[in-house]
Design a binder for this molecule. Sequence first.
Ligand code: HEC
Length: 205
Amino acid sequence: MADLQERAKVSPTAARPWPICGLVLALLLAGSVATCQDKDKEKSEKAPRTLLDLAKLSEEGQDVTKPAEALKEKYKELKGVMAGYKSRARKGIGTGPESPEDGIETKIIALSKQAPTAATLKKEKADLIRVGHVNLAVAEMARHYKPKKAREGKTRKDWLKHCDDLKQGADDLIKAAKANDARAVQRGAAALQATCNRCHEDFRD
Ligand code: HEC
């Protein structure tokens, strides 16, 4: 910089293009800083406030690892996250048409017992994909909670393994629904269901 100023003094004509370049550069920089700020704002406005928000972010294709960490502040206990599996009447997220049995847990159990027909799968495809993303969201959230009680010999490593399995089952269910593969939907649901049971056995009951 000092060097440029020196040269400017010695030869004002040669130095003239620089201020213009500087101005253009400054405008470009200002422009890109402004867009970055806008993007940040957009993101923070979209920060999830509920488990369902987090599931929606996941459905939009976002990695929810970080947002899940932030959302943890809103749910003091894992119990509040797990309650998302209950029916709408019991303040859960629910799936499909409203009914006393519209909980996601009930849906997973039903699917694990019987594969949907092609027609049902077609009709419920979007719902099933959303169910998968709710499970992905739960899996990412659950990692951050310290298990209160554990069956003898069970450690945090086992806890995290159950979270990984939940994520895997959710991924499989989403893929199966997207591929219109009814048998794979059943397998994915059965894997999820087995994971719920294994974790509850180790850390809940
Ligand atoms: C990583 C371990 C883990 C996995 C995986 C898991 N859970 Fe849970 N779940 C728990 C624990 C621990 C509790 C008890 C929380 C408490 O009462 O503090 C619980 C509680 C619940 C509750 C009761 C919530 C309430 O309001 O009392 C429901 C419903 C539930 N889980 C459903 C499920 C379903 C459905 C799945 C599988 C799709 C699942 N859970 C997978 C650990 C897990």
